[in-house]
Design a protein around this ligand. Structure first.
Ligand code: ADP
Length: 399
């Protein structure tokens, strides 16, 4: 069966068409500048890419164009839309109710609308993507796969903040966790690499990209994660601050006469690697600057490594041990220096890596970088959220 995976942003829409008979991607692409112009890049393995400027007034236009290209006589990969079995949507937030991947009907859509208040950035575009597909592909099942659902089994003592309890009841203020689809995929891959059922393993997954999070996976379930009510909590990221003393925000607002939107902008867009280094949000550029002697770039990287270590250590304590530490996403998959620095002086916890294997780890493949005989496996695993979404969609459609 062929499954179309859609990841809709406010002005962009990514798509991948999977042939689930062998798990291969037969076409993928990106619509950009939706509502402010329009452009598409369409890729097929082994063939030349196609790019064009096309007016895209809405997400409906984008979906219509994607289907037109997928079935085009020259650029297409299928002869008709009928070949698509179902559509899987990446949805960042499933709130407290959408605890598993699910077929999206009227009721689910209504619920997604009801939680836009706690998910103002990612909620509306995901809804637009789903609605466009429902309109244009009336007979296809639309499946929602939620970044938050992997965290549905966390204990209340983990997800409740120590604020007056009424704010949880009134506004749903709690830890939700994000990047769950990636952590679910990578932890399953880690178990496969170790050759044991995930139900018997304690795994810590470090998803380190522009946005970064760490998740503790005990016996196949996420028991804690570093992101919280929003994807802002936890590690310092490309432009996000990560965890802060909450009172410094109100102090800063008073000092600089800032509005809530100003402060949101500062902690989301101007902080993290960019804010501390003053160089870039891109880890590679910060690394180059640090090598050239830029002390604030050095500081930003020291803070990142220190935060990763602290969170990994706390999760090992929470799980009473660790069988595998897995690295994924842009930095986790590609940056051997960060991996080496995180794993340094962790031998007490059984984490020891083979520095040569780590340095020479080939890009884009999963690899065990642990030292021979190390008690804990340290693994590099390329993430694939889209494949996970396609897999969940297939399961729901064939159920
Ligand atoms: P996103 O969260 O946007 O999906 P990515 O997972 O693509 O982000 O990660 C982006 C980060 O990965 C950037 O900080 C970038 O510097 C880093 N990165 C990407 N490729 C490499 C590489 N080859 N070596 C080191 N860092 C890399």
């Amino acid at each position: 069966m062929k499954i179309l995976v859609i990841n809709a942003g406010s002005s962009s829409l990514k798509y991948q068409l999977f042939d689930m008979d062998d798990g291969s991607v037969i076409a993928k692409g990106l619509c950009e500048k939706i509502g402010i112009g329009g452009a598409i890049t369409h890729k097929r393995p082994g063939k030349e890419n196609y790019s064009a400027e096309v007016e895209l007034k809405s997400h409906d236009d984008a979906i219509a164009l994607v289907l037109k290209l997928l079935t085009d006589a020259e650029l297409g990969v299928i002869s008709s839309v009928d070949e698509i079995g179902a559509v899987g949507h990446r949805v960042a937030h499933g709130g407290e109710k959408l605890r598993r991947s699910t077929v999206i009907g009227d009721e689910e859509l209504e619920y997604l609308y009801s939680i836009v208040g706690i998910n103002p950035l990612h909620g509306p575009p995901a809804i637009k993507g789903i609605e466009a597909c429902r309109k244009i592909m009336k007979d296809k099942l639309q499946v929602g796969v939620f970044d938050t659902s992997f965290y549905s089994d966390m204990a209340d003592s983990t997800y409740i903040y120590a604020l007056p309890y009424e704010y949880y009841e009134k506004y749903g203020i709690r830890k939700y966790g994000f990047h769950g689809t990636s952590h679910r995929f990578v932890s399953a891959q880690a178990a496969e690499m170790i050759g044991k059922p995930i139900e018997e393993l304690k795994i810590v997954v470090c998803h380190l990209g522009n946005g970064s999070s760490i998740t503790a996976v005990k016996n196949g379930k996420a028991i804690d994660t570093s992101m919280g009510f929003t994807p802002q909590d936890g590690l310092p990221m490309g432009t996000r601050s990560g965890a802060l003393d909450p009172s410094l925000l109100t102090y800063l607002m008073k000092q600089e006469d800032l509005t809530p939107d100003d402060i949101d902008n500062i902690i989301n867009k101007k902080s993290g690697l960019l804010g501390v280094s003053g160089v870039s949000s891109d880890c590679r550029e910060v690394m180059i600057a640090a090598k050239d002697g830029n002390d604030r770039a050095r500081l930003a990287l020291d803070m990142l490594v220190g935060s990763i270590k602290k969170i990994v250590g706390s999760y090992i304590a929470e799980m009473n041990g660790i069988d595998a530490l897995a690295f994924t996403a842009g930095i986790g998959e590609n940056d051997a220096t960060i991996r080496e620095r995180v794993c340094k002086d962790m031998d007490y916890l059984g984490i020891e890596i083979d520095t040569d294997v780590n340095k020479n780890a080939p890009r884009g493949t999963k690899i065990d970088i642990s030292k021979a005989g190390a008690k804990t496996k340290t693994l590099v695993i390329p993430t694939d959220e889209e494949y996970m979404i396609a897999l969940d969609t297939l399961k729901l459609v064939t159920k």
